[in-house]
Design a binder for this molecule. Sequence first.
Ligand code: SF4
Ligand code: SF4
Length: 307
Amino acid sequence: MNRKKIAVISGKGGVGKTSLVASLASLGHKDNDVNLIVLDCDVDAPNLALILPPKSEEDVITQDMYTTKKATFLEEKCTQCKQCYDKHFCEFNALNWDENNNIPIIDYLACEGCGACKVLCPENAFEINPVKSGEIISYETSDELPLVYGITKLGSTTSGLLVSEVKEHANHLKKYEDSNLILIDGPPGIGCPVIATVSGLDYVVAITEPTPSGIHDLKRALEMVTQFNIPFGIVINKADLKSASQKQLKSYIKKSSHEILGRINFDLSIPEAMSYAEPVVDYAPESDASQAINSIYTKLKHILSKL
Ligand code: SF4
Ligand code: SF4
């Protein structure tokens, strides 16, 4: 198989995305046809590492990332003219006035690094500088599966850029050249981090559940994937849930003719496996959920071989 890059996404959080990725990763890593690298691009809340921890803490490599820019105030240049506050230089309300010291103060969480204050201050008392926006962490699990993930620093406004950096980082791993499958745990939603995740992929797995928000957010996520012209398939989690939305989901699938990769019925093995921080296919390989995920894996592998 030529190298394929795929992501599991969900319009809505909490529908079982990371559980599915962990199990697909476990199956892929045991498959002799597959040389796998796993990425967690859910940089605002990465938690795949909890299920696939490092072999040893000493082997974990952490790299600081500086993809965010923020304003820096240079007090020595300031003449206290107060224009920056009175003339409202900052559209993001990140410039306040320190009455005690008679100088502007920057709210770093609100600052978007737009540069307006730098341009408008008559004394050039603001600079725009890169600041730490997050970290990229990489390691191998106890089974020597390479895993890379990013984690955004509080207040960083560049989650999408960090996602791109995680993907780029994977291209430089020792095992990248021999890899033939890059499996990504994508962020929920349809914003910048998801767009950065799906860009350049070969296939997307969209996971949902038969609930009003599950269906609503699935549609939005698939609209976004369609814009990128990336083939995709759907996994329905908690497929047997007694829900008024079952009819709506069935009708949507029928009308759209979207490909269904599989259905995973509600199975207590999944939350149990999560509580032990294990992929369900390892924790309870005979469970109905594991059987369903095995079928999804086989179908996915077949689809990827045809791409
Ligand atoms: S506009 Fe510039 S010089 Fe005037 S108070 Fe603000 S930082 Fe100081
Ligand atoms: S860089 Fe932009 S957002 Fe930040 S303080 Fe200056 S004007 Fe406000």
